[in-house]
Design a binder for this molecule. Structure first.
Ligand code: SAM
Length: 279
């Protein structure tokens, strides 16, 4: 193990500038921690040359090791799923603070991807019916696999259903809350702000919406949310800093929600929208 640690250090020092330009936020410490963990998982199958080559080519570490830690657990990820981001964990914490002590709840996670968001919430509620949807069958399969892999975190009181669906276009009654981290980057207007590594590796379906369909896409989402929330039900969504105000106005114009507001992330940047369905 010591030999491997030294090799990883050496690799990082020798290729520091290339690694840092490809992998925003990567440190020698993170690389060592993730690769030693992966080594423990793989044993003799650990192919250091292949891993180092893929890192130098810019492939995200999470896709190479196949997992990303999110909130309470390791979630399997692959090129069909977004790599769950730390800021999304804020939504889990926020919802658990609000609903963690409620005896029984029904909720939906739209665009579940790896399932990291919906499954992390469900495993921390006492009793729930969780409905996880995605329009991408391959992503939904990863969410299902994560549910079965993480079986030890769930009891029979936490029921999970998966829906291959466009947003909320599935039958499951009404919900106490709905959460989503949808695709929210405008494909043309925002493209320059997206890191090359994300553009090259993460699924476009998870990231982008066509600029000319943006408002219409969210109008339909908010209308579905209004139809599927119980009276006084709660909605929480992650979004793009530059477009949240426009989406708050759009949501307000439907006349179905109250207390709509933008919530910042831990760095103070506008990041989420919350709203309550009219009672
Ligand atoms: C930003 S990713 C979020 C993934 C995961 N919830 C997370 O936070 O890491 C958006 C997800 O929405 C899915 N998606 C895109 N368009 C959708 C649609 N119309 N209906 C349902 N899911 C959609 C994508 O396949 C992707 O998995």
């Amino acid at each position: 193990m010591l030999l491997l640690e030294r090799e990883i250090d050496r690799f990082f020092v020798d290729h520091q500038s290339q690694l840092l330009s490809h992998h925003p936020g990567l440190s020698a410490h993170t690389l060592k921690r993730e690769l030693l963990w992966f080594y423990n998982l793989q044993g003799f199958n650990f192919d250091r040359k292949n891993i180092f080559d893929r890192l130098l080519a810019g492939e995200p570490l999470a896709y190479i090791v196949g997992y990303r830690f999110f909130y309470d657990a390791f979630f399997k990820v692959n090129s069909n799923t977004l790599i769950p981001r730390p800021e999304t964990e804020i939504m889990v914490a926020h919802l658990l603070e609000r609903f963690g002590k409620v005896a029984s709840l029904s909720f939906a996670d739209i665009g579940t991807g790896s399932g990291a968001l919906g499954l992390s919430i469900a495993m921390n509620l006492q009793k729930c019916q969780a409905h996880l949807s995605d329009i991408c069958p391959k992503a939904l399969n990863v969410a299902k696999e994560n549910y079965f892999r993480l079986g030890q975190h769930f009891t029979h009181e936490q029921e999970i259903q998966f829906h291959l669906s466009d947003r909320l276009d599935f039958e499951a009654g009404t919900f106490d809350f709905i959460v989503t981290n949808p695709p929210y980057i405008k494909a043309l207007a925002d493209r320059d702000q997206v890191h090359e590594q994300v553009l090259q590796n993460e699924p476009a379906l998870a990231l982008f919406l066509p600029d000319h369909e943006y408002s219409q896409w969210f109008t339909q989402l908010f209308s579905q949310v209004a139809n599927k929330l119980k009276p006084s039900g709660y909605f929480l969504m992650e979004g793009h800093e530059a477009h949240l105000d426009e989406l708050v106005t759009l949501m307000g114009s439907l006349d179905k929600f109250k207390d709509i507001r933008v919530i910042p992330d831990l760095t103070g940047r506008s990041r989420f929208i919350e709203g309550i369905k009219n009672g």
